[in-house]
Design a protein around this ligand. Structure first.
Ligand code: NZQ
Ligand code: ZN
Length: 390
């Protein structure tokens, strides 16, 4: 176990009928809110009215900034920053999934500086202040509701960059599983895959082999994500399934899994962000294409780690003894088959991305690799991994 500091300042209100608490939670922090949300799901589900009623009862005035799209765009963030400045906003309320919450974080940081917000993303400026953020989570996936990260696409440079700062932690996040009853099957699956990927990134890239407490925590989160996802696909209104998936996805990227692991990386995300930036692929769908290919490439150096995961979460029936290689390969096959079973793509071909695009995708990912100090990933290595995802 390596030294670590674990400090997560986000307060979580979890469970039924918690949405009505958004008003008092916001009023405790500010009086003039920018309400950031997506397109039509919030109004269609009735959550929009619940949030607005609660904010107005609490005496909070509201300016709206709707229209956040999946894989959120920089221009839309800039428009939100202008609105926040124009209306002298003192708190940001985000009601949505990772795209909405990430946009809200970028607006919260961008509206208190004179320079362009993208300078935070390309490392030219660092964050020194941000407006407070409160969230109502509507989709179990990204974990943004309880972490310091945000990911935005610069549509002009076609770069999708992410980074974290402690000031971007939401002050309070409201997680009501009933709010996710309306999430369609595809985004239910993509969200579960994202949670699995968040855990796999740390599980596979940690160099410390003596962290059983962390490994068992991560193994359990992967099992929960897969199991709860299947419950929700079977019955979208299965409260227990939605509750377990929601809390699993939040725990999968709130700092807890990485504690004690030492330096870890996010290589599968580094590559996936290029698929989202260049082809607007839903994040979880891009990950289900990248994960099997990256694991296969990773087995060339560390197949024991992949085998260990498979042995612990996909136990072999009977007493067959598999070799490490066979166990590692079986683990990857189980993940690939599960992604297909929940109707998420498992090849670039299924995304209709031709192999001739691979050099361009690798080049786009390389910038983020440098930014995230994933120096072992060259253009050639990323192309090699992408060829395993064809
Ligand atoms: O736009 P609306 O109509 O609201 O529809 C949304 C959106 O189209 C819909 N949706 C959300 N809640 C719903 C619902 N539909 C019905 N009922 C509900 N309750 O779902 C669609 C996808 O929403 P989105 O927010 O894009 O999905 P997700 O939560 O997976 O977020 C993906 C974004 O998170 C980023 C990804 O890069 C991507 O941009 N990530 C953020 C991270 C972070 N901040 O730590 C880490 C992650 O690895 C990830 O990179
Ligand atoms: Zn992710």
């Amino acid at each position: 176990m390596q030294n670590f500091v674990f400090h997560n300042p986000t307060k979580i209100l979890f469970g039924r009928d918690t949405v009505a608490k958004i008003g008092p939670e916001t009023a405790a922090l500010g009086q003039k809110a920018l309400l950031v949300y997506g397109r039509d799901s919030l109004k269609k589900s009735g959550i929009y009215k619940q949030i607005c009623d609660s904010l107005s009862t609490a005496g909070v005035s509201v300016v709206e900034h709707s229209g956040v799209q999946s894989n959120p765009m920089l221009e839309h963030v800039r428009a939100g920053i202008s609105k926040a400045r124009e209306h002298d906003i003192d708190i940001i309320v985000a009601a949505g999934g990772g795209s909405v919450i990430d946009s809200a974080k970028a607006i919260a940081a961008g509206s208190v500086v004179a320079h362009d917000v993208w300078k935070f993303f390309n490392g030219k400026k660092s964050i020194k202040a941000a407006l407070p953020i409160v969230t109502v989570l509507t989709l179990a996936a990204a974990g943004s509701e309880m972490n310091s990260g945000m990911v935005i696409t610069n549509e002009k440079t076609r770069q999708k960059f992410g980074f974290g700062h402690r000031l971007l932690h939401p002050v309070t996040s409201i997680l009501d599983p009933e709010v996710t009853f309306t999430v369609p099957p595809d985004y239910t699956a993509y969200g579960a895959i994202d949670a699995v990927a968040h855990v796999l990134e740390f599980y596979m890239t940690s160099r410390d082999t003596d962290t059983p407490v962390q490994c068992r925590l991560m193994e359990g989160l992967i099992q929960n994500s897969m199991e709860a996802c299947e419950r929700c696909l079977l019955d979208p209104q299965d409260y227990g399934g939605r509750a377990n998936l929601m809390w699993t996805a939040t725990l999968a990227l709130n700092g807890l899994t990485g504690a004690g692991l030492g330096r870890v990386g996010f290589p599968m995300h580094m590559i996936e962000h290029s698929l989202s930036a260049l082809y607007n692929v839903p994040h979880g769908a891009g990950l289900s294409v990248i994960i099997p290919g990256w694991l296969t490439w990773f087995c060339q150096q560390e197949e024991a780690r992949v085998a260990q995961l498979g042995e612990n979460i996909f136990p072999v029936e009977g007493y067959q003894r598999l070799t490490t290689s066979a166990m590692a390969e079986r683990t990857i096959t189980i993940f690939r088959n599960w992604f297909s079973k929940i109707e998420s793509p498992v090849s670039l071909g299924e995304l209709e991305i031709p192999p001739s695009d691979i050099p361009g995708i690798a080049q786009n990912a390389l910038t983020l690799a440098r930014f995230w100090r994933l120096n072992e990933y060259s253009q050639q290595t990323i192309e090699e991994i992408l060829h395993l995802c064809k």
